[in-house]
Ligand binder design. Structure first.
Ligand code: BG6
Length: 532
C-alpha cells in the first residue's frame, strides 16, 4: 500500500500541548508497574514535551531509601525498560524532579509526611497545588490509601486546584467487592476525581476502533444484525503465568481479562455512535452495551462458557511446563487459564448476533484481534462453475502484535476456469505511521493530567461488567472443573472452545492464517477460498 502523505505528516507533528503543572505521587514506587510502565511512559511524555516544566514525582513505598537513592536507582532501571534511547540531557532534567518517601501505607504518619513533602515540592517545582495520586499497589491497599488520603485532607479540591486518583486493576474481585470498593472510594472522592485505568484503552489500535467506526461513512451502514453474522474477540497470549502465580491463583482468566480488557473491546465495537466524544457521552453508550449483554443463567453457563487450564506442551519449538507446575501455583489448582464465552447483546442493532470471546495463556501465538464476520451473499451466482459456496467477508482489527486492519473479500483467481479465493486489503499501522516507542500508558497518564476521563472506567461500567460475569463465577465455583489440565500449552485451548462455534456452523478465525494465505498466494493458490 502506498503511504498517504497526509497521514504520515500528522504522525510527525507534535500533537497536544503540555499538561498543566502538577505533582504526581506514586504509591508502590518500588514495584514492577512503576519501573516497567510508569517511568518509561512519563519519560516518553517528557521527551515529547507533553509534561509541564512545573512537574514533580514523589515515589512512596515501604523500602527505606532516600530521594537520591531513588533517583539513582530509577536512572539505572530506565535503561532496562525503555524501548527507545535515553537522551542524557532530557533524563537529567527529568530525574531532578524525583522525590521519595518511605512508609507504611496504613500509617497516618506517612500521609502527614506526604503532605509536608507535597508542600515543599510545590514550592520547589512550582506545581501549583494540582495533584495526581497513582495507586500502583496491590488491590488490598486501594481503599486503605484512599481513606488515608482523605483523612489527611490531601484530596480536597480548592481554588480550582485538582486532585485526582488513578486506580489500577483489578477493580474488585467480584460484583459485591467492586460495589463495596466504589462505595468506599465514593466516601472520599467525587466520581470525577477517580480514574480507573484499563491499560487496553491506552493502546492506539483500541482507540482507533472509534476512529474507524465513526470517521468512515462506509462501515457504519453495515455494522449491524442485517449484515454481520457474528463477532469474535480473541486475546491470546503465548506467555504463561510467569511469576504471578500468587495473584493469578485467586484471579483466573475470567476475572483477569474479561470484565475489563475484553469488555472494553466489545463495548467500543458494539456501541451506538455517542452524541460527542465527551467522556460522559462515550461512557453512556458503553454502559448501555454492558447492560444489554444478558448475564447467562446457570444452564447457559454450562454450554456457553468454556474454561480451561494449560498442561505441558510446546511453544516456539521448546517444551514448557503445565500451569500446575508453575511457581506459587497449587499442584491441584482448579484456576482457569483459558476462557471462551458466547454472549448476546440484546438491543436493536445486535439482536441475534453472537459475540464470541476467548482469552488464554500459553496459546499458539500472541494475538489480540476483533473479527467482524459478515453474512454470506444470499446465493451463489456462479452456476455451472466449480464454485459451490462463497467465503464470508471478514474484517479483522488487529490490536497486537501487528497493529492494523484487514478486510478479506473474494476475488477471481486468474485463469480460464472460474475459481474464487479470499484476498486481503491490508492496512498496517507501521506502514503509515512508523513505530513510536510507547508503553501504552503515555496517553492515559496525559489524559488524566488533562482531566479527560474518556479512556477510563466509570463506577457504573465496572459494576455492569461484574454483573455479566458473576453468574459464571458462581457456577464455576459451585462445580469445580474435573478435567483440568484440558489443553496443551501451544494449542488453541480446550476442544470445547472449538465446539462452541462449530456446533453453530462457525469457526474461530486463525490469527496465523494471514501469513499462510500470503504465502499460498505467492505460490498462485488460494487457501482462504472455499471453492476451487
Ligand atoms: C493484564 C493481565 O491486565 O493484561 C495479564 O493481568 C495479561 O495477565 C495482560 O498478561 C495482557 O496485557 P497485554 O497488553 O500484554 O495484552
Amino acid at each position: 500500500m502506498t503511504q498517504s502523505s497526509d497521514a504520515a505528516k500528522v504522525s510527525q507533528e507534535t500533537l497536544g500541548r503540555p499538561a498543566p503543572p502538577c505533582a504526581m505521587v506514586i504509591f508502590g514506587a518500588g514495584g514492577d508497574l512503576t519501573k516497567r510502565k510508569l517511568f518509561p511512559a512519563l519519560y516518553n511524555l517528557a521527551k515529547g514535551k507533553l509534561l509541564p516544566q512545573e512537574f514533580a514525582i514523589i515515589g512512596v513505598s515501604r523500602e527505606q531509601f532516600s530521594s537520591d537513592d531513588f533517583r539513582q536507582r530509577t536512572s539505572q532501571e530506565i535503561r532496562q525498560y525503555l524501548t527507545g534511547d535515553v537522551e542524557q540531557a532530557s533524563w537529567d532534567q527529568f530525574v531532578k524532579r524525583l522525590y521519595y518517601i518511605p512508609g507504611d501505607f496504613k500509617d497516618p504518619e506517612l500521609y502527614k509526611k506526604l503532605g509536608e513533602t507535597l508542600g515543599q515540592v510545590e514550592q520547589e517545582q512550582n506545581t501549583q497545588g494540582n495533584r495526581l495520586f497513582y495507586l500502583a499497589t496491590s488491590p488490598t491497599f486501594f481503599p486503605i490509601v484512599v481513606k488515608q488520603l482523605g483523612a489527611a485532607k490531601l484530596t480536597e479540591e480548592q481554588n480550582g486546584k485538582w486532585k485526582r486518583v488513578v486506580i489500577e486493576k483489578p477493580f474488585g474481585h467480584d460484583l459485591e467487592s467492586a460495589v463495596a470498593l466504589n462505595h468506599e472510594i465514593g466516601q472520599v472522592l467525587a466520581e470525577n476525581q477517580v480514574y480507573r485505568i484499563d491499560h487496553y484503552l491506552g493502546k492506539e489500535t483500541v482507540q482507533n476502533i472509534l476512529a474507524f467506526r465513526f470517521a468512515n461513512g462506509i462501515f457504519e451502514p453495515v455494522w449491524n444484525r442485517r449484515y454481520v453474522d457474528h463477532v469474535q474477540v480473541t486475546v491470546a497470549e503465548e506467555l504463561g503465568v510467569e511469576l504471578r502465580g500468587d495473584y493469578y491463583e485467586h484471579a483466573g482468566a475470567l476475572r483477569d481479562m474479561v470484565p475489563n480488557h475484553i469488555f472494553q473491546l466489545i463495548t467500543l465495537t458494539a456501541m451506538e455512535p455517542p452524541i460527542s466524544f465527551d467522556a460522559q457521552a462515550v461512557h453512556d453508550e458503553q454502559t448501555k452495551i454492558l447492560r444489554a449483554i444478558q448475564p447467562l443463567n446457570p444452564e447457559r453457563v454450562l454450554d456457553h462458557a468454556v474454561r480451561g487450564q494449560y498442561g505441558e506442551g510446546v511453544i516456539d519449538g521448546k517444551p514448557v511446563q503445565g500451569y500446575r507446575s508453575e511457581v506459587n501455583v497449587d499442584q491441584a489448582s482448579s484456576t482457569e487459564t483459558f476462557v471462551a464465552l458466547a454472549l448476546n447483546i440484546d438491543n436493536w442493532r445486535w439482536a441475534g448476533v453472537p459475540f464470541y470471546l476467548r482469552t488464554g495463556k500459553r496459546l499458539a501465538t500472541r494475538s489480540t484481534e476483533i473479527v467482524i464476520r459478515f453474512r454470506r451473499p444470499p446465493f451463489v451466482l456462479f452456476r455451472k462453475t466449480s464454485v459451490e459456496k462463497i467465503a464470508p467477508n471478514e474484517l479483522v482489527i488487529n490490536i497486537q502484535p501487528n497493529e492494523g486492519i484487514s478486510l478479506s473479500f473474494e476475488a477471481k483467481i486468474p485463469g480460464p476456469i472460474v475459481r474464487l479465493g479470499a484476498v486481503n486489503m491490508d492496512f498496517q499501522y507501521s506502514d503509515y505511521f512508523g513505530t513510536t516507542p510507547s508503553t501504552g500508558y503515555e496517553t492515559l497518564l496525559y489524559d488524566c493530567m488533562m482531566g479527560d476521563p474518556t479512556l477510563f472506567q466509570r463506577a457504573d461500567m465496572v459494576e455492569a461488567s461484574w454483573t455479566i460475569v458473576q453468574p459464571i463465577l458462581d457456577l464455576w465455583k459451585a462445580l469445580p472443573p474435573r478435567d483440568f489440565p484440558n489443553y496443551a500449552a501451544g494449542s488453541w485451548g480446550p476442544e470445547q472452545a472449538l465446539e462452541l462455534l462449530r456446533r453453530e456452523g462457525r469457526e474461530w478465525h486463525d490469527p496465523t492464517q494471514k501469513s499462510l494465505s500470503l504465502k499460498k498466494a505467492a505460490e498462485g493458490m488460494s487457501v482462504l477460498g472455499t471453492s476451487i
